[in-house]
Ligand binder design. Structure first.
Ligand code: IPE
Ligand code: IPE
Ligand code: MG
Length: 258
């Protein structure tokens, strides 16, 4: 198993680096409803929070940010909302490329993109291509993503290799499965944030979050600003990550202040 508390470079104190933050951006609909606005107004307002969080990641030298934008279960929403979400995704992809280039951000979309319109798929590929050489921050957008889908697609690839005779079942272990998951080349998330008050994972990065520190806030996503992001990072800095060891064995983790 990969042990991530190995002190390699990252944001925060060297003893508690933050290399990868994963966020469930929840609460857009309620934010809009509270204002008597249609739900999609909340989704649009949420885009501003994405920019704010990226700003903090850039300032803090965080290498990877994974944002849950649309789950494999979100197709169950009213058709109108789904279609407005797709429109927003399309326009955001187009509108944000310039900003990503200016800030050295590489975009990657994770999830089953085959369900998207051809136009959207094309725009995703274009945005990924245009930003591919950037090295500052890897921005992963999870769209039509499900943690179970991710594990299933990895299993399918391995089964195909077994069928072809290039892999023996005995060779299948945790690291081989992990290497076929969507963000195989990235460290597992150090910090998972969910806004909007719900305390669940909703089929996000199930495998990858095995040892991730979880942070829940009732703040709705469109209200999540730089200060809220820093608050989450500070909370994380007070955690002691043990990865199965005893507290005494782990050096560097601070005792949380209660
Ligand atoms: C999260 O906000 C955005 C998506 C799921 C696309 P919601 O739309 O789930 O907002 P609430 O939870 O209904 O307030
Ligand atoms: C999770 O939010 C998915 C995204 C934020 C994209 P949901 O609002 O869909 O989650 P549930 O249905 O409340 O678990
Ligand atoms: Mg929600």
């Amino acid at each position: 198993m990969n042990e991530r508390a190995d002190g390699t470079e990252g944001a925060g104190s060297t003893s508690q680096p933050v290399r990868h933050v994963a966020i469930i951006m929840d609460g857009n609909g309620r934010w809009a409803e509270q204002r008597g606005l249609p739900r999609h107004a909340g989704h649009r307002a949420g885009l501003e929070s994405v920019r704010r969080v990226i700003e903090v990641c850039l300032q803090e030298g965080i290498h990877t940010l994974t944002l849950f934008a649309f789950s494999s279960e979100n197709w169950r929403r009213p058709k109108k909302e789904v279609s407005l979400l797709m429109d927003l995704f399309l326009s955001a992809l187009q509108g944000e490329v310039k900003r990503m280039q200016a800030n050295d951000i590489r975009l990657r979309v994770i999830g089953d993109r085959s369900a998207f319109s051809r136009k959207l798929q094309g725009r995703i590929t274009d945005a990924e291509q245009q930003t591919r050489a950037n090295q500052g921050l890897l921005l992963q957008i999870a769209a039509n993503y499900g943690g179970r889908w991710d594990i299933a697609q990895a299993a399918r690839k391995l089964c195909e290799q077994v069928r072809d005779g290039s892999l023996a079942p005995e060779q299948v272990d945790e690291s081989l499965i992990a290497s076929h998951l969507s963000c195989a080349d990235q460290p597992d998330p150090d910090l998972f944030i969910r806004t909007g008050g719900e305390r669940r994972i909703s089929n996000f990065l199930l495998w990858q979050c095995a040892y991730t520190e979880l942070y829940f806030t009732s703040r709705l996503w469109p209200d999540f600003d730089q200060d809220a992001m820093r608050e989450a990072l500070n909370d994380y800095a007070g955690r002691q990550r043990r990865f199965g060891k005893t507290g005494a064995q782990v050096k560097g983790g601070r005792t949380p202040v209660s």
